[in-house]
Design a protein around this ligand. Sequence first.
Ligand SMILES: Nc1nc2c(c(=O)[nH]1)N[C@H]1C(S)=C(S)[C@@H](COP(=O)(O)O)O[C@H]1N2
Ligand SMILES: [Mo]
Length: 422
Amino acid sequence: MPVLFKGKKPSRRAFLKGAVAGGAGALTGGTALAAGEKVITELQPWMSESGAPVDAMPYGKPSAYEDHVKRRTVEWLTADPISSINFTPLHELDGIITPNGLAFERHHGGAADIEPGKHRLMINGLVETELVFTMDDLMRFPRENHVYFLECAANSGMEWRGSQLNGCQFTHGMIHNVMYTGVPLRLLLEEAGVKTAGKWLLAEGADSAAMTRSIPMEKAMDDCIVAFKMNGEALRPEQGYPVRLVVPGWEGNMWVKWLRRLEVGDKPWHHREETSKYTDLLANGKARRFTWEMDAKSVITNPSPQAPIKHGKGPTVITGVAWSGRGTVPRVDVTVDGGITWHKARISGPSLDKSMHRFYYEFDWDGKPLLLQSRAHDSTGYVQPTKDQLRKFRGVNSIYHNNGIQTWAVDEEGIAENVEIS
Ligand SMILES: Nc1nc2c(c(=O)[nH]1)N[C@H]1C(S)=C(S)[C@@H](COP(=O)(O)O)O[C@H]1N2
Ligand SMILES: [Mo]
């Protein structure tokens, strides 16, 4: 049996002081021992027998008690699962890094299963020397590490005309944020020698969809990465193993997975994914095109429809994530009364360029209904708009690039629901 109190038994007062920082006598989350928390005094099975040996699981997995933490789909969204999408469970995560097994997937022709020894990356078109790289060749270039978010341009697309899906996993889960290791694209292009007429790049995937997108040369030479690792280990097949393009801050569709070819040209190719798709039809019949940058955005992940408040009134933690394709997010505001009063949230963890930021707002909930919103300010001074402000400029036909403020209505029971108030 474990020794509960060695020496002097602490007073209830000292216990409370230790448990609550600054709370005037209220218990934050602990229960006074006197009230009888039996699980701490009773012997549990995991203390009476030895645990699993090392190597029981050579590639580790989360605890079996965490099996509800998973990517999820919305069945009616796409006609079949080959060209489809699933969503990152944002409400189950904390900090800024998305674990590899939980990074949302978007495939247009299923996830390719590539044998790395048979994979090649070709650079052709307007270059001095057309080149073909093996994976081993790529490993001989200087590499860099960067944390970036990848957001599908369609993230929150279903919410354009009004609130629809009940959970931040579904409204905002087409995003992940991982550390990439790879070779700056600039180094590979310099190796091939881009001709002066070479102003555009076509990136092509080796999947059955052979995804292609046109990328301006300035971006290619700036911060794009040909990445082969995510969070330290090889890219997952779903994320483009053995190699994908990283296009920091720009819409996910351009981050070509299973990257097999980079063609240098003098103008954009106007392929399907940049004409009929990933464009925004305005009210006057014209379409916005080449809307590459992802605008500043944020969402409260807890509480949210999939993560209600279960503890009743009293000290309550609100948390969420914020990001911008144009830089960092130095400030996030949170409101609990639908925007009547805004409070500055606390950002905790690294504030990196074009990466997710984690914010917190702690408050004393009086148990009355709440209207929760968060609002991101990015390093360019841009402020996340309301959905009404967005619709004023973009009409109601848009799907892509919805970065409007999200509202969760929380009732007296702590149940949260997706609503729209502004
Ligand atoms: N080759 C290839 N690359 C691709 C796609 C694809 O279907 N095939 N989907 C794109 C889209 S639309 C998005 S949003 C991102 C999704 O990346 P993820 O699956 O790592 O989340 O990959 C992009 N790259
Ligand atoms: Mo996408």
